[in-house]
Ligand binder design. Structure first.
Ligand code: ATP
Length: 134
């Protein structure tokens, strides 16, 4: 398969910059598979795993929402936060999960804080999941 460049960029700096043959990402509109030559596209991403495949190798990145942009020369993922699987601190994610669950139990639904706790829980569960599979 033909390879193309992918950049995963966050406000803290670049997280991934390499050639891949396929990207699988969770867009708001559903699962997205990108290969070389894909038409230009901008798609909002869910909190989820992004799979970067190259030969028999798959790099997993936990992405906390953002945008995926396909251009003729490269693909850019602009994320609020993103971590490659090996860099995830699982203990930290487990603590964030417990904190979020406690908040959800204490708070009224339909409040802004409830929504924030739900998103924090999603980020933590995504990190735990991404750190565990290859
Ligand atoms: P926490 O409550 O643990 O800070 P969070 O979901 O609120 O979690 P974010 O605001 O999404 O954290 O991220 C802040 C910064 O910390 C980002 O640079 C992100 O990549 C990093 N980060 C957050 N959680 C982890 C983790 N479990 N392992 C490694 N980096 C993390």
């Amino acid at each position: 398969m033909k390879a193309f460049t992918v950049n995963v960029v966050t406000p803290d700096g670049p997280v991934f910059d390499s050639e891949v043959e396929m990207i699988i990402a969770k867009a708001k509109s559903g699962e997205l598979g990108i290969m070389a030559g894909h038409i230009p596209l901008v798609a909002p991403l869910e909190i989820g795993a992004v799979r970067l495949k190259n030969g028999g190798n798959t790099e997993l990145v936990a992405v906390s929402g953002g945008l995926l942009e396909v251009r003729p020369e490269k693909v850019t993922i602009l994320a609020q936060a993103a971590e490659i699987a090996e860099k995830i601190d699982v203990e930290r994610a487990l603590a964030a999960k417990e904190r979020a669950e406690r908040r959800l139990n204490e708070m009224k639904q339909d409040t802004l804080d409830f929504k924030r706790a739900e998103l924090a829980l999603q980020r933590a569960l995504n990190r735990i999941s991404v750190s565990g599979k290859k």
